[in-house]
Design a protein around this ligand. Structure first.
Ligand code: XMP
Length: 336
């Protein structure tokens, strides 16, 4: 018997590459989760990303409504993203899901803050506070579910050895003293590709388990500098058009990460024969295996022209579209 809850991946653990191996893993974890949790409740921050979605699906299979999912909409989600999480988990998987629209809390705190690391800290800290506020309203919760995966464990080991991270990432670690839960981390020995196979074996849609990564601070680090609601709105709309066009031409399946960035600069343009000052929308589309280095996807010009035409016609406040051709290094994937 392989111990899927060991702290280090056992050598005899086969790479989960097909549904048979995934189902064996799922059966073992369902049993382990039930044994660990008993009749208590498990709380989970469900962002809608691959890892938290797969943990949620696994926990729903194991303990049904004893899992309480909290989806915090920090107002920095992509277009229709929070609605999609609610639809999938509450309506289709019948999950016990609390949806919190905390847009105003986040945007009010972020007003006027332009330093990227300060923005990240504010978003990370407020995320924990909103989540903790919800947790305090609940009774009978003894466990916290987390979408920790094996690379996170390897990364913590590296950090413990004194190697510094370039950007601070956030998750729900660091909850206040009065909210200390035992952790349920059923994916902690899996690599990302294995998480996806397990997700599909659990019945999650292909598009959900193969979705591109999205940073915890969300559009907050793509609306460069001090975030304003109008520029954030323009970014969200332009990003939705980029994603729609990538879906239409098959690039969404191929490119590792693609998104729009909107800086706080205006240039002069012309619309309806009048001067039209607007922000540029910057397209970033990169491929990588480990996010440590990345190359730029060569998007065919006809696709680019269509995206330019749509964004400049449909998005209020955008009057130019630029393409970032910088590999990592020297540019990081995100602009902040
Ligand atoms: P960079 O910009 O460092 O990004 O080249 C590498 C990968 O990490 C993601 N990223 C983040 N993810 N919180 C996250 O959860 C963050 O603060 C954060 N910053 C960057 C980025 O989207 C890319 O996939």
């Amino acid at each position: 018997m392989i111990d899927f809850n060991a702290n280090v991946r056992p050598e005899e653990m086969e790479r989960i590459v097909n549904f048979d191996l995934a189902n064996a893993f799922i059966d073992a974890q369902v049993e382990a989760i039930r044994a660990q949790v008993g009749d208590k409740k498990v709380l989970l921050a469900l962002s809608g990303g691959v890892d938290s979605s797969v943990v949620a699906a696994l926990l729903i299979k194991a303990i049904g409504k004893q899992l309480v999912c909290v989806h915090v909409n920090h107002g920095l989600m992509r277009k229709d993203e929070s609605e999609g999480v609610v639809k999938m988990f509450r309506d289709e998987l019948d999950a016990n899901l609390i949806y919190v629209d905390a847009t105003d809390r986040f945007l009010d705190l972020l007003a006027g803050v332009s330093d990227p690391e300060k923005k990240r800290k504010i978003i990370g800290k407020e995320f924990i506070e909103v989540f903790a506020d919800e947790a305090r309203k609940l009774e009978g919760v003894e466990f916290l579910g987390q979408g920790t995966i094996y690379p996170d464990i390897l990364e913590s080991i590296k950090q413990a050895e004194g190697k510094q991270a370039v950007k601070s990432h956030h998750n729900v670690g660091g909850l206040p003293e009065d909210l200390q839960f035992a952790l349920v981390e059923p994916l902690k020995l899996l690599f990302k590709d294995e998480v996806r196979v397990v997700g599909e074996a659990l019945g999650l849609p292909h598009a959900m388990v193969y979705r591109q990564p999205f940073p915890g601070p969300g559009l907050g680090v793509r609306c460069l500098g001090a975030i304003t609601r109008d520029r954030l709105h323009a970014l969200r709309e332009a990003d939705a058009i980029l994603r729609e066009e990538f879906d239409n031409c098959g690039l969404a399946e191929k490119v590792w990460q693609y998104f729009v960035v909107v800086p706080d600069i205006k240039s002069v343009g012309v619309k309806n024969e009048s001067r039209y000052e607007g922000w540029p929308a910057i397209i970033r589309a990169v491929n990588t295996t480990d996010a440590m280095s990345a190359t730029v996807e060569e998007i065919p010009y006809p696709v680019l022209h269509k995206i330019v035409a749509r964004i400049t016609a449909e998005v209020e406040g955008i009057n130019r579209v630029l393409m970032d051709l910088t590999p990592k290094p020297v540019g990081t994937i995100e602009w902040e």
